[in-house]
Design a protein around this ligand. Structure first.
Ligand code: HEC
Length: 176
């Protein structure tokens, strides 16, 4: 067999292998339960969303369609209006424990993203943890509010006065 042909076959095998591996990353087990360890509750805050979730997952896989700079059905490629993965409030509105609904469901059954490279197992795990901790942190915030009327935890932690104020306002406006 010629060297050329061998090289070609090796290249095709690598190509095929790449696609087999890249198209079907294992989906981590787990469901949206709203369970989150206390020390991970920070993952539910806007800062974590902005600094970790957006650059590591959502900007890579989602905002090309679900971006707040994408206006109209054509630019959004039909992506649901108002569901923008660079916007904390817009995306957390899709985090609920309703079975079969929302960000984790779409990613778990691998319908989102609908095209291109699929997120890795680790990236999928980030999303599942984010959804659960975001739900849990929201719950914890609400509990704090009704108990004390103020976010003692947040101010003790140091920095997020503006964030917590904004979150609380939005929460009451948003509903779920
Ligand atoms: C190529 C464009 C495109 C990309 C990239 C994309 N989406 Fe979508 N998304 C759509 C379209 C179109 C719809 C509306 C039709 C549908 O529901 O399938 C949608 C709808 C959704 C919905 C709502 C489904 C419902 O119940 O109505 C969710 C949640 C979602 N996308 C999450 C994501 C996430 C998370 C990512 C990134 C991991 C992502 N999408 C990437 C195009 C995209």
């Amino acid at each position: 067999m010629s060297v050329r042909l061998q090289a070609l076959m090796r290249a095709s095998a690598a190509f095929l292998l790449f696609f087999l591996c890249a198209c079907d990353p294992a989906v981590p087990a787990g469901e949206v339960s709203g369970d989150c360890r206390t020390e991970d509750l920070y993952k539910g805050e806007q800062q974590y969303f902005d600094e970790v979730m957006v650059p590591e997952v959502f900007e890579v896989y989602c905002t090309v369609c679900h971006g707040s700079d994408k206006i109209g059905a054509v630019e959004r490629k039909g992506a649901t209006e108002g569901l923008n993965y660079d916007d904390f409030e817009g995306s957390r509105a899709w985090n609920t424990t309703f079975p079969g609904f929302g960000t984790w469901h779409e990613m778990q059954v691998q319908t989102m993203p609908p095209m291109g490279r699929m997120p890795s197992t680790e990236e999928l795990q980030l999303v599942l943890d984010w959804v659960n901790c975001e739900l849990a942190a929201r719950q914890a915030d609400d509990d704090d509010d009704s108990a004390a009327g103020d976010d003692d935890d947040d101010s003790a932690a140091g920095d997020d006065d503006d964030d917590s104020a904004a979150e609380d306002d939005d929460d009451s406006a948003l509903g779920p």
